[in-house]
Design a protein around this ligand. Sequence first.
Ligand SMILES: [Fe+2]
Length: 259
Amino acid sequence: MIDIHTHILPGLDDGADSTQDAVQMARAAWDEGITTIIATPHHANGAYMNPADKVITQVELLNERLLAEGIPIKVLPGQEIRVHNDLLDAWSRRELLTLASTDYMLIELPGHSIPKSITSLIHELAVVGIQPIIAHPERNIEIINNPNILAELIEAGAWTQVTTHSLLGGFGARVQKTAWSLCKKGLIHLVSSDAHHVSRRGFRLKEAYERISTEIGTEWAEYFEMNASRLIDNKSFSSPPKQPNKSKILRKITRFFQK
Ligand SMILES: [Fe+2]
């Protein structure tokens, strides 16, 4: 499995505190079957600034440490970039990173609002060849109240990533309900952990894919997993499976007859 959104780099944000924490996280990820992790420390979110060169240095150091520890997991550079007015200029100043040096960039909306400039930002990013992925839209209050807003952002050219903990109930019932509803509406393209700490907020990626298989079908789990793989290769995402709203009972019956 590939995890495209994590806070594994030590000491950069509210993720891993120390190298020991980061090693523990990598070991836990490997144990559940994750082979590749994109490190996405917060950038420009009002609390943390982690420009490109700092992230790249920390990724190299962590990979060296993981090699020494015998953990065969690969960490690739990225950022979780808060949408802000300076974003395009920061890109020109080479302070920003895409995910794993691809054309995909992980962007974060504020928790309580959608910036008015977001659609024009999505268009302007496209002009410079960047495809934005909106991190955990299921946690944004405006999207919770009106999922059509997310459909419009996708129409404008954005992709979306839901968080494993949202699907599994870690952020409460309302976020969980929104997370599943967005998946069932076909408004989600990727699943990732947004892991911050091995026990406080771990990966649970395997568990989330298993739950997706049960709730909306194995074809959706495979679709999300395939998209993470295609992202790493800088390829376009797959076409989504049909019938995301197929009922649980109907799926069980279908599975029974497929046996
Ligand atoms: Fe994050």
